[in-house]
Each structure stands twice: as C-alpha cells, then as structure tokens.
Design a protein around this ligand. Structure first.
Ligand code: ATP
Ligand code: MG
Length: 351
C-alpha cells in the first residue's frame, strides 16, 4: 500500500525555483523506499506573479491549499518588490490563517562543514519561534507630519493563549530531546509584554517538571549563542526574538544555505508549511549553484511531520553522509558543484 500526500508546491522566486526540484527529487527517492508518494500541485505564487498581476497569490489562494497535507515553499523575494509585500501578501496570511503558530528551526553543525565559531562542532539546538503574534502586528500607525511631530507607533500583541501554546510546544519538544529550554526575554527594558511572556512561560514550565529551563535576556543570549552554542537545547522566543535567533544560529552553523524551517500547525486542522530559512538569493539565482541542503533538510522536517520519521532520519543521514564522506560542495561551502550534481551525490547516500 502506497500512501500519497498532496503537497502544495510553491517554488517562488530566484533560487526557490532551483532548490525545490532538488527537495522533490529527494522526497520522491526516499518515499519510494518507504511506500510514500507525493503528488505536487505547483503554484506560481511569487514576486514574479505580483509584478505581473499585482498579487502574490490569487484571491482564493488560501482556499485552494487548505486541504493539502502540507505546503512546501522555496523562497519568495525580489529586489524590485518591497519585502513587506512578499511577507504580508503570502507568508503571513498562510501562517496566520492556517494557525501555524510554531516556527521550528533546527540547527546543527554537520561534520565536513566549517562553523565560523570555534568549538561549535557539537551544537545541536532547535529554535522555537512564536509565529503569529507578538511584535509582528498591524496595530499602530504613523502620526503627525514633519519634524519634530512625526512619529510611528508599533504595538506588540501577546496573548495568554498564544504564549502558552508555543511555550508548551517548546517544553514538550525539549522533553523528547535533551530536556532543557531557554526562554528569550527582555523584561528589563520592555515592561508590559516581556514580563507577561516570562510569567506565562514559568506557568507552562510547572506542568513540565522533567524539563529544566532558564530565562535569558535576548542581548546576553545572542552573545552566549556565539560564545558557547553547544550549551543550548531548545530556545523559545517571540516572533521577533525567534527570527533574530534563528538567523544567528544558522550563521553559527556555517551557511544560511543549509538551514531549514517548518511553520507548524500542531493541531493539524490546517496544513503546515515548510521552507528553507534562506531567501531568493538574487545575487546567485539562475546559475544553478544554489545549495539545496536547506530545502532538502526542510523536506525531511515535512516527512517527519507527515508521520514518516524513519524516512526523515534517512534524509538527514544522507545529508550528514555526503558532507562527511565526500568533498562535493556547492560554492557557498567552498566547492564547485552545481545544485543538481550535489543532489545526485546526496541521493547516493540514502540508506
Ligand atoms: P530575503 O529578504 O528573501 O531573506 P536576503 O537577500 O535577505 O533575502 P538570502 O536571499 O537568503 O537573503 O541571501 C543572503 C546571502 O546568502 C546571499 O549572498 C545569497 O547568495 C546567500 N545564500 C542564501 N541561500 C543560499 C543557498 N541556498 N545557497 C547558496 N547561497 C545562498
Ligand atoms: Mg532577509
């Protein structure tokens, strides 16, 4: 019996178009070994579409994908389109409508990849970022005109339900890993929302007595992640802090081209969305040299979410294998391999 998953495939812009085919090749190959098939509905939602038609996705876009098993996205972004258009025209509506309130970003340093940080080799952590509320809100506005009256106000919105559920996800995840949570805060400077965040996290912690935890101010935490990355297991942070931490930790791991992410709807009443951390990389797109590892590791997260844990582990094993046992690399990791060649080499390490 073959299980077939319906995947909404959004290659997007730039290197998104180059790395998603690599991810699909790996999914198809590993799926074949595990009796799993994927049927991809490819969608042209992108900045290219926005430039042509004035919208990142069709008006009924969300309805078209709400019954799929998952969304797999390459990257969206284009120098000619402001970032907030791709964010608010596509990513944020999908994350919010489908209640993907957890953004999961695992980070580790693979053997054969150099970290810019000495001693980071054993780093193995997951950033759990709150994905639908917090600092990324529409509440606020611009007031007054000209100097000195003009000002901008941006409100953060943290709800008890929102903080509770993401903290609970982080503690549950830590319980399955190394049993430690670090919560990012800034309650010394931000006097309403951050003490509230701390209070709710502490409450959630009480229902996970087997998980140790500590709270760290975001500034000190960033320094510690660089100075001593191996001491972290699960780091939970608000939308903004989690975003910053995940780029920072990805950089410590060696290349943004490797980092995966998952926008998870833990209740599974809507599809989750899987996307590499990197953007559309206009500086290298069209040359076939993008590193597909971020998209491939992302595909492994999707396999895991869809219940195929062994298949997911095989993909991770192939990533580790090709990096440890061969010198084949794309240029961002110091090699000369093309995206397709590297993917072919990786497939040989599926076992
Ligand atoms: P966005 O606004 O979409 O996040 P960005 O320009 O901020 O885009 P990226 O598109 O991720 O960020 O590019 C940052 C740098 O990393 C660029 O120099 C790019 O070439 C490089 N880069 C990103 N992803 C990859 C990849 N998969 N392989 C090789 N290089 C990459
Ligand atoms: Mg960026």
């Amino acid at each position: 019996m073959v299980t077939t998953h319906r995947i909404a495939l959004i290659p997007g812009d730039g290197i998104g178009q180059e790395v998603t085919p690599a991810a699909c090749r790996v999914l198809d190959a590993v799926g074949k070994r595990h009796g799993v098939a994927f049927s991809y509905d490819e969608l042209d939602w992108s900045c290219a579409r926005y430039t042509e038609l004035g919208a990142m996705m069709p008006a009924d876009g969300l309805d078209r994908i709400r019954h799929h098993d998952a969304v797999l996205l390459g990257a969206v972004g284009d120098p000619s389109v402001p970032d907030h258009v791709s964010l608010w025209g596509l990513l944020i509506p999908i994350r919010r409508t489908f209640r993907q309130y957890v953004n999961l970003r695992p980070v580790k340093v693979f053997e054969g990849v150099d970290s810019p940080v000495r001693g980071a080799e054993l780093m193995d952590l997951v950033v759990v970022r709150e994905n639908v509320e917090g600092e990324y809100s529409e509440v606020g506005g611009r007031f007054g005109t000209g100097f000195p009256e003009e000002m901008a106000v941006q409100e953060s919105v943290f709800t008890r339900a929102g903080v509770t559920r993401v903290a609970d996800y982080a503690f549950t995840l830590a319980g399955r890993r190394h049993g430690h949570v670090t919560s990012a805060t800034k309650s010394n400077g931000i006097v309403h929302t951050m003490p509230f965040w701390d209070e709710v996290v502490a409450e959630v912690a009480r229902s996970h007595p087997d998980v140790a935890w500590r709270s760290e101010h975001i500034d000190a935490l960033c320094a510690k992640v660089v100075l001593d990355p191996v001491r972290f297991d699960v780091i939970v942070g608000s939308n903004l802090f989690g975003d910053i931490l995940s780029d920072l930790t990805a950089a410590v791991a060696g290349s943004i081209g490797i980092a995966p992410s998952a926008n998870i709807n833990p209740e599974r009443d809507f599809p989750s969305m899987f996307e590499p951390v990197h953007g559309s990389a206009p500086d290298i797109s069209g040359r076939g040299i993008a590193n597909p590892l971020g998209a491939i590791w992302t595909a492994a997260l999707m396999l895991d979410h869809l219940g195929h844990r062994e298949a997911a582990a095989e993909v991770e094993g192939a990533i580790a294998g090709v990096l440890a046992k061969t010198p084949i690399r794309t240029p961002d990791l110091g090699g000369t391999a093309k995206t397709g060649e590297f993917t072919t080499a990786l497939l040989e390490h599926l076992s």
